[in-house]
Design a protein around this ligand. Structure first.
Ligand SMILES: [Zn+2]
Ligand SMILES: [Zn+2]
Length: 305
């Protein structure tokens, strides 16, 4: 319902006017609304500024991540929730041991349970090494903790909200500074576009491939298509003229456009035919053609040029 904190705050400011007891609102009701608002506000993730970077420089102080975006998210530059890896913490399920609670611990055969190996270092000195078989625990694990997969530590994730920059496309990289989250590293996100059955995004346009059997193009008055703003009926008469049908400024928001300038939605027609038709259907088509020729009107239509 509310994607950003701003949206919720706007709704709150409007609603509070009518519910406030000073304006004759019910006090109980008003308090319930305040409570609901506080809870709701805390569930909406923080909105974070991102920038598009080209050719990011690999660095140790950076995390690289791939993220899938839908065509609609990119075209409309919608806010998007993503999960960021933040610092590691001790696994609470196994208390950092990496073991499941129920299992038996087996005494490590390599170090006999001491967790260390004593050996001579060649200078007739005795040194202690951490046992590599049990990582110094003194016991081995028969079953690993399912939460941390035996590592004892878990990488925490945090959900944040990013505002997608207009013009973001497949293969671009987003940069998010880690410092606002108290992270020691920055985050780079490579954009993957979720494949869509009939939509395609170019730099400036949204391409819609409309697949229609030839008879629907002739028999139906309109064909519904799903645009970014919902369903729209395209008259088949427009499609029959040939060439793409263009909806101006109904495509994606354009890169660097503060003016919210948009590209076009371009509907390209792909007509399908039955692979085989029987004699009866052929006769019908032949008859159909004779009727058309009898009327002679179709020759004057622009699609004949
Ligand atoms: Zn050991
Ligand atoms: Zn664990």
């Amino acid at each position: 319902m509310f994607t950003t904190k701003e949206e919720l705050k706007r709704f709150f400011r409007e609603k509070v006017k009518e519910l406030h007891p000073d304006r004759g609102g019910d006090r109980e009701n008003f308090l319930r609304f305040l409570d609901w608002y506080q809870k709701k506000l805390s569930t909406i993730p923080e909105q974070v500024e991102v920038t598009i970077v080209h050719n990011p420089i690999p660095s140790q102080n950076a995390i690289y991540k791939m993220e899938e975006f839908t065509i609609k998210e990119l075209a409309l530059a919608l806010p998007k929730k993503i999960r960021l890896p933040v610092d590691e913490r001790r696994c609470q399920i196994c208390d950092g041991t990496g073991a499941t609670v129920a299992q038996e611990k087996r005494i490590c055969k390599t170090c006999s349970g001491s967790g260390v190996l004593r050996m001579e270092n060649g200078l007739q000195e005795l040194i202690e090494l951490r046992c590599p078989n049990c990582q110094g625990r003194g016991y081995t694990l028969t079953e690993l903790c399912p939460s941390c997969f035996g590592k004892g530590r878990i990488r925490e994730e945090r959900e944040i909200l990013i505002s997608i920059p207009p013009g973001l496309r497949e293969g671009d990289t987003l940069f998010i500074s880690g410092s606002p989250f108290g992270l020691k590293y920055n985050i780079y996100i490579e954009v993957i576009v979720k494949p869509h059955p009939f939509l395609r995004l170019t730099k400036d346009s949204l391409i819609y491939t409309l697949t229609l059997p030839f008879y629907e193009l002739l028999l139906k008055e309109t064909i519904p298509i799903e645009t970014l703003e919902g369903v729209e009926e395209v008259p088949t008469e427009r499609l029959r003229r040939g060439g793409p049908v263009i909806f101006p400024r109904r495509g994606p928001f354009l890169a660097g456009s503060d003016s919210l300038e948009r590209g076009d939605l371009i509907v390209e027609l792909r007509i399908t035919f039955p692979e085989r038709i029987n004699d009866k259907a052929k006769d019908c088509l032949q008859r159909f053609l004779e009727i058309l020729e009898g009327e002679e009107t179709w020759r004057k239509e622009p699609y004949q040029s």
